[in-house]
Unconditional design. Structure first.
Length: 163
């Protein structure tokens, strides 16, 4: 395991941040998490989420399809836990039941598609968001788009939660 200090910075890099792997960041093992490029324990990751949520002015949870649809045993209990956690921090919940892009192309400023969290975040001035129950590849794309907008948002992704 390598000690990393790389973080995505504001400026031109924010529009097209390099892949984490290109900067030497390794994926965490089971029972570990990745916090700002550094591997940490699950407990540390959850504490980071709690700390950020407790100071947030406009926190929002974005549950994805892995959490919204009761597709296997235990998912409804996890969904209830997320709902209670959001309530404890007075956070809103904006669901992403399906995030496939609409075709043909739409004007996103005229029709905000809830499947595009970057527009939802920008238009609602969200300062802390938690993606939960989304597919990992989708979370990666969404976070790159959000970073490209140079928002002050602090995001956490629990992408395998609900899987």
């Amino acid at each position: 395991m390598v000690n990393h200090i790389y973080k995505v910075v504001a400026g031109p890099e924010g529009y097209f941040p390099p892949a984490a792997a290109a900067k030497g960041i390794e994926l965490p093992e089971n029972k570990q998490a990745l916090i700002e490029g550094a591997i940490a324990s699950e407990e540390k990751a959850m504490q980071t989420i709690v700390d950020k949520l407790s100071r947030a002015e406009n926190p929002v949870f974005f549950p994805g399809p892995l959490l919204l649809w009761d597709w296997k045993s235990g998912v409804s209990k996890k969904a209830q836990a997320v709902k209670e956690l959001a309530g404890a921090f007075h956070a809103r919940i904006i669901s992403m039941p399906d995030y496939r892009p609409k075709y043909p192309m739409i004007n996103p400023e005229a029709e905000i598609n809830p499947n595009h969290p970057n527009l939802t975040i920008w238009h609602n001035k969200i300062d802390v968001c938690v993606f939960v129950g989304v597919h990992c590849h989708y979370a990666n794309i969404a976070l790159k788009i959000i970073r490209g907008g140079h928002t002050v948002l602090y995001d956490r992704t629990l992408c395998t939660y609900g899987a």
